[in-house]
Design a protein around this ligand. Structure first.
Ligand code: DHE
Length: 557
């Protein structure tokens, strides 16, 4: 199909210099065109390629790669440069290297515009200080005016915080009745929701860095505080160690590359820490973005994963004034991850290195760096007891047609016989590429995996389910789009992010369609794999991530 760009990354600095010396002028753009392109770049491209376009999950998009050589496609260094036509094709149709197609999201004119834009030198966005965070900080309901007990009758354990991606909102859906209890305004294209240790507060981070704090104890759960912590962000968590419950929150940004520690119940910013520095290869990086963050329950620490440097930070919040950080070198480019069953080890995907790093948070050191198939993407991963290999943690892959099972240590003497397998890939289950999330639950016998990034419409609209007691049995394929009963649409309704109910008996899957297409959440009975309920509502636009309060609060996956 399309040509891989991987070879481009092997260029030496000298060749780069030669390439640019012989390159054509970048295409001219008006100020209005630049503004429009900048917005599209932020919304659609920066996540994978970086604001400075140095590349991470996506390729480097600096002009020395994107501008065409003056004589054609091949530079004196023998390496492909791209130019307008080739860039337009790549953006429209994607690549084998994992770039998705944008021909169903952007118009032809927008694709041409973006191709021009990325041949121009990237603008460096402004920094963002503690003072600016303070200026943006709003307490909508002060702590003293908040209730001292739950004022509604909702079974909060089974409430779901659902991202409505394209409307900048979160829907709070009652897991028992399946009714929408409230839709709250949040930042742009919210990425994740996380729960405070007590389960009272939901922290919601928008891609635009707007952080919202939702109080579930209000009669109608609503936003009680807000703060803009950066320009581009993906992660947030809260302090969960005994004695620090609900005390602090932490949020990480992509731009500027830094994290901020806040008061847990007001979001008042306390301390900002830059993540700029050296990669695991010893090179300075100007844009090391904060990827996943998770809160330990065995120490007053957050695990903060820095994408571009491949450094994993254990940030000790017991004394925020005198912050102590352990820096653990792993591999580039860190992305998402989750706990093993014991919650001592955190496993994080170094996705562009095709590795998973396991951190021992008790000892404060790297436990293992495990080679996997291409582009691991676990979400939080999934833990279960494998009939032959004992406790395993699973990750799916964006770039390979397997789900990888990695053996994890167990302190239970009954599991001593499995020690020989620890940190080894013990099995690969056949799936399809384009998988983003896997999930199971301690009371379930099933293991679920989606494939929303698969280019095939039917596969992207379906999920696969394995019987964990006998993984050799053929997996069940559920066509979620068909099961929803929604009308056929040209745009793919991506079946994304399986999430369990608090009792582990239902699995909720989002159908993520176009902004003007009807969307739904399809609820399956986990035992029978039959549809129990299709949740639709005209206000439920582009649902993606769903976060069950109890499961998120206790890291159950
Ligand atoms: Fe995510 C988790 C980054 C695109 C849905 N995503 C994460 C995390 C990171 C991340 C760093 C881990 C947060 C944590 O645990 O603290 N995601 C990125 C990107 O950089 C990327 C590739 C491109 C972008 O521009 O954002 C990206 N992500 C997406 C989507 O397009 C998804 C499918 C739909 C959406 O809503 O945007 C999406 N990401 C999610 C979800 C999680 C997530 C649902 C949390 C999984 C969980 O179960 O905890």
């Amino acid at each position: 199909m399309k040509k891989s760009l991987v070879g481009m990354l092997t260029l030496s600095a000298m060749t780069m210099a030669m390439g640019s010396a012989f390159a054509q002028e970048a295409p001219a753009m008006s100020a209005a065109e630049k503004e429009q392109a900048k917005k599209i770049y932020f919304e659609r491209c920066a996540g994978c390629h970086g604001v400075l376009r140095k590349g991470a999950t996506g390729k480097n998009l600096e002009p020395h790669w994107t501008k065409k050589d003056k004589d054609g496609n091949v530079t004196e260094g023998g390496t492909l440069n791209l130019g307008q036509n080739r860039l337009e094709k790549i953006i429209a149709y994607g690549t084998d290297g994992g770039m998705v197609n944008f021909d169903d999201i952007l118009t032809k004119e927008e694709i041409a515009l973006m191709s021009k834009y990325i041949q121009n030198t990237p603008d460096i966005p402004p920094e963002y200080s503690l003072k600016e965070m303070m200026d943006s900080w709003k307490v909508i309901v002060p702590v003293k005016d908040r209730p001292t007990k739950q004022m509604n009758k909702i079974n909060l354990k089974n409430l779901f915080s659902v991202t409505l991606r394209d409307t900048g909102e979160v829907a709070l859906i009652d897991g028992d009745t399946k009714e929408i209890r409230n839709i709250v305004k949040t930042g742009y294209a919210v990425h994740i929701s996380r729960l405070s240790k007590s389960g009272r507060y939901v922290y919601v981070i928008g891609r635009d860095g707007r952080l919202s704090l939702i109080d579930l104890w209000l009669e109608k759960p609503a936003v009680v505080a807000e703060m803009k912590m950066g320009f581009d962000a993906r992660s947030v968590d809260t302090s969960k160690f005994k004695g620090f419950e609900d005390k602090y929150a932490i949020a990480g940004s992509y731009w500027p590359p830094q994290y901020v520690i806040m008061e847990g119940d007001t979001l008042k910013p306390i301390k900002v820490v830059s993540t700029r520095g050296m990669t695991v290869d010893g090179e300075y990086h100007p844009e090391p973005r904060v990827a996943s963050i998770v809160s330990s329950e065995i120490k007053p620490e957050w695990v903060v994963n820095i994408k571009e440097t491949g450094q994993i930070l254990l940030v000790d919040y017991s004394d925020v004034e005198n912050l102590k950080t352990t820096t653990i070198a792993s591999a580039k480019f860190l992305h998402d991850g989750g706990w093993d069953a014991s919650k001592r080890y955190f496993l994080v995907a170094a996705n562009a290195s095709n590795k998973v790093a396991a951190v021992d948070t008790k000892e404060g050191k790297l436990a293992a760096l495990i080679d996997t198939a291409k582009i691991p993407h676990p979400g939080r991963g999934a833990n279960f007891f494998h009939p032959k290999f004992g406790p395993v943690w699973a990750t799916g892959h964006l770039g390979a047609d397997v789900v990888t099972l990695i053996s994890t240590p167990s302190a239970d003497p009954k599991n001593a016989k499995f020690k020989q397998y620890n940190w080894k890939v013990v099995q690969e289950l056949k799936h399809v590429p384009g998988n983003l999330f896997v999930k199971t639950h301690p009371v379930s016998k099933h293991f679920w995996a989606d494939a929303p990034q698969n280019p095939d419409k039917t596969l992207a609209e379906s999920v696969a389910v394995w019987d964990m007691a006998d993984l050799s049995k053929p997996k069940a394929i559920l066509n979620v789009a068909k099961d929803s009963g929604l009308p056929e649409t040209k745009a793919t309704k991506r079946a994304v992010h399986p999430e369990y109910s608090a009792d582990g008996k239902e699995v909720w899957i989002s159908l993520w369609g176009g902004k003007t297409d009807p969307s739904a959440i399809v609820v399956y009975d986990d035992a029978t794999l039959k549809v129990k309920k299709v949740i639709t509502d005209p206000k439920m636009i582009t649902p993606t991530g769903k976060f069950n309060v109890y499961n998120t609060q206790h890291d159950i996956y």
